[in-house]
Design a protein around this ligand. Sequence first.
Ligand code: HEM
Length: 316
Amino acid sequence: MASKKQTFACYAMALLFSAAIVSAQLSTDFYDETCPDALDIIESAVRAAVHKESRMGASLLRLHFHDCFGCDGSVLLDGATSEKNAQPNMNSLRGFEVVDDIKAQLEDACAQTVSCADILAVAARDSVVALGGPTWDVELGRRDGTTSSQDLANSDLPAPSSDLGDLIKAFGNKGLSASDMVALSGAHTIGQARCVNFRDRLYNETATLDATLASSLEPRCPRQAGTGDDNTAPLDPATSYVFDNFYYRNLMLNKGLLHSDQQLFNGGSADAQTKAYASDMAGFFDDFRDAMVKMGGIGVVTGSSGQVRLNCRKAN
Ligand code: HEM
């Protein structure tokens, strides 16, 4: 009978082997032959969209994250029961028209070649770069899924009311470590959140919310539920549209906008990493870039599975 040690070794080898398969299926030069202009087309469309409205960079980055709790373009599918209409996404996700525009340009350049899931991955990287953040090589070759589940999005995406343990668990369920979660949360150095997502913190967490920030938020986010729910405030009040490490510096000053943000500096296990990133932007950039590549590999569909959608909003 196999010893426990042998069983563990077999298990570890199987894990390593399956990880190698996933990364072997995606490659940075996937479109070099079939659509050589693909990356340039996406980059210039993202630049133009961010130039028109800086927040769009944040919205495109978030689209990739929400797609990537299974990176198959499913977040883009229209439909009454699709992910778009899940609680974290409805009246909240933005950037669909920018993706439509990129897709139309890519269809003109090379028909049915570049997947919607890959567009999101590249647009996320280009958005970060357009706002001053790090760059990285995006692994490509994802295929698009044909279904989208509102229920899965509701259950799998972390809520802004989550405590640290829930955040670690939600990312852990997707194969991301606690440390990946802290690095990826640095995405909140750009973009905005709606009052409905920070009202509870604003009025009930005064001990851990900077008083000056609180008084600046109150007029935009009245105490009474249902009033001003969609009014927005920057996730990083210091440098809203620059991709830098101010998110972590804010947290050390009790200036996290969401409850889930401040959980990364609340006397718990994420404090040390938050503190390190607050004083080491290059270190944050390195870890963010690695974690984005890792996140971009979650639940990918490759090879002959799935399809390359003609229109990102509906299956072929
Ligand atoms: C750690 C768990 C996370 C939670 C609980 C969370 C939650 C939220 C919430 C509630 C909003 C505001 C939505 C609204 O009010 O309409 C938001 C915005 C945003 N999130 Fe997250 N998020 C998390 C992680 C991430 C990650 C990993 C990324 C990307 C890598 C990301 C990128 C963004 C961006 C860029 C925005 C601003 C979008 C815009 O302005 O359009 N978030 N997030």
